[in-house]
Design a protein around this ligand. Structure first.
Ligand code: ZN
Length: 193
């Protein structure tokens, strides 16, 4: 079954990801699917938990343009080692389609991650790119942008968040999405492979 982007409150979004240990064919297949889903959804980045894969993997293209594959990036086991200068700007998430709110993030960050050759790379990124990194790395830790909202944004997002919950639970009740416990078992199965 092809992967798809899961929406809040899918349990995979709250599951803390495991580091990627091997760069193999399966990983490449997953990355290919993630890139395709990211472009289809017109996103700038996608983290593996958003396709119910419990691994520290993210794909990004801050242009959001599949015609600019030179801007495409894939990172494994990323972490932020420095943050500075905080700035508030509007942010969205492919797991909350249509919801946009102001979020405060560091304007400049230094990140470390492994590339697909297994090399550790370090870079300093700013503005939109820094925002995308922080958002995607949060996903790997089970943290969502609704957790990062200030009190005003949170209040404005409340009915939308409740609506996502309602839609998800209705889909589970109809059997279109498995129950939470079953999803947790599936995630544990993927991790132990
Ligand atoms: Zn997101």
């Amino acid at each position: 079954m092809p992967r798809k982007i899961v929406h809040y409150p899918h349990p995979a979004l709250r599951h803390k990801s495991k580091p990627v240990k091997t760069i193999d064919k399966e990983l490449h297949l997953n990355i290919g699917e993630m890139k395709e889903l990211m472009y289809q959804a017109k996103g700038l980045g996608l983290a593996a938990p958003q396709v119910a894969l419990p691994f520290q993997l993210l794909v990004m293209n801050v242009t959001g343009d599949p015609q600019q594959p030179e801007c495409e990036e894939v990172f494994l086991n990323p972490r932020i080692v420095e943050r500075k200068d905080y700035i508030t700007a509007e942010e969205g998430c492919l797991s909350f389609p249509g919801l946009y709110q102001d979020i405060r993030r560091a304007q400049t960050i230094k990140v470390q991650a492994y590339n697909l050759k297994g090399q550790l790379v370090e870079k300093v990124v700013n503005d939109l790119e820094a925002r995308a990194w922080q958002h995607e790395i949060d996903h790997l830790n089970g943290v969502l942008f609704i957790d990062m909202m200030g009190p005003v944004s949170r209040l404005m997002a409340r009915s939308s968040v409740k609506n996502f919950e309602k839609i998800f639970r209705e889909a589970q009740a109809k059997g279109e999405i498995p129950p939470d416990l079953e999803i947790e078992k599936l995630l544990a199965g993927i991790e132990s492979k």
